[in-house]
Write a protein that binds this ligand. Structure first.
Ligand code: CA
Ligand code: ZN
Length: 303
């Protein structure tokens, strides 16, 4: 069945103490409305830094309690569809993003979305890649701001989190408590200015509980293959962990030795960057589908 969760049901931090906004069954589809990451506060390019209420950023719609999900399970989330609004917003400024040390003023750019493109200026339109910046479950311990990524997902700002992808999250608490928001009309690897093309959206997902199989970080599956998504203090640590988790996940199904597997990953695996501007950095390690198919690797009932 399809459920609808309005954007007014949102949280600023992923936390086991959050009351569920909705309860669904494994296999249900949910339509989720989202604010943009500024809670739709920015309406013009004249918006001053101080006129934005910065306590109201990165709202994530949720949490969604998935019946049957228990600690140690996996929550599978397929992104069925993303419908974005008709206007996005970008920002940068002093202390924000990679170039923040050279910015003198906070600046806002409104970006109209028309005919499948984001109109950057009169010379350039950027192809859309509607994607979810923030998506995750209640973390194992404490409360984690929706602006920070981690083992629970959260603000991973990774461009492959888009229609057709399936995410796998570790479940740390009963029901999983899934929330999502911070959609981008498009974003490049790194998200260097500190924002994608931020935009309100309606997202359609299908959730499923995978029993008795555990992971420690999110994974993403799409037509291209399987990707580990790891967020750490540095990109170096994140990339190393992503490689190691992937090798440990798929090696048992390949019959390869650790050294053979490592050589295979060196030949065909791809270390990639999610984002480099959030409180923790997100690295990706991607294994192409042809590698999985050659060894008949089945990940959590891949089909
Ligand atoms: Ca974000
Ligand atoms: Zn964003």
């Amino acid at each position: 069945m399809t459920n609808h969760l309005a954007k007014e049901n949102f949280i600023y931090a992923m936390d086991q103490a959050n009351e569920p906004a909705m309860k669904v069954k494994s296999g249900d589809q949910i339509v989720v409305d989202t604010y943009d990451c500024f809670e739709n506060q920015i309406e013009s390019e004249d918006t001053a830094f101080d006129s934005i209420d910065w306590s109201k950023v990165n709202p994530a719609t949720g949490p969604i309690f998935v019946e049957g999900a228990q600690k140690g399970d996996i929550l599978k989330v397929r992104i069925d569809d993303i419908e974005i609004g008709d206007r996005g917003v970008m920002v940068t400024g002093p202390g924000l993003g990679v170039m923040g040390h050279r910015m003198e003023n906070f600046e806002v750019k409104m970006i109209p979305v028309r005919d499948g493109k984001a109109i950057f200026d009169d010379k350039l339109s950027i192809p859309l890649n509607p994607m979810i910046g923030v998506i995750g479950v209640a973390p194992e311990e404490d409360s984690i701001s929706c602006g920070t990524p981690g083992a629970h997902g959260g603000n991973m700002d990774t461009k492959e989190v888009t229609t057709g992808a399936t995410l796998y999250f570790p479940v740390f608490h009963e029901g999983g408590l899934l929330s999502l928001g911070d959609l981008h009309a498009a974003m490049g690897d790194g998200e260097v200015s500190v924002s994608g093309i931020e935009i309100p959206a309606t997202v359609k997902i299908t959730v499923k509980v995978v029993k008795k199989q555990s992971i420690t970080y999110p994974f993403l599956e799409n037509e291209a293959g399987l990707t580990a998504l790891v967020s750490k203090e540095t990109l170096d640590e994140a990339a190393d962990t992503a490689v190691e988790l992937m090798i440990d996940l798929i090696r048992p199904q390949t019959g390869l030795s650790l050294s053979e597997m490592t050589m295979l990953m060196s030949a065909a695996g791809q270390v990639q960057v999610g984002q480099i501007v959030d409180p923790l950095k997100t690295a990706k390690f991607h294994v192409p589908m042809y590698v999985l198919e050659a060894y008949g690797v089945e990940v959590w009932g891949r089909s």
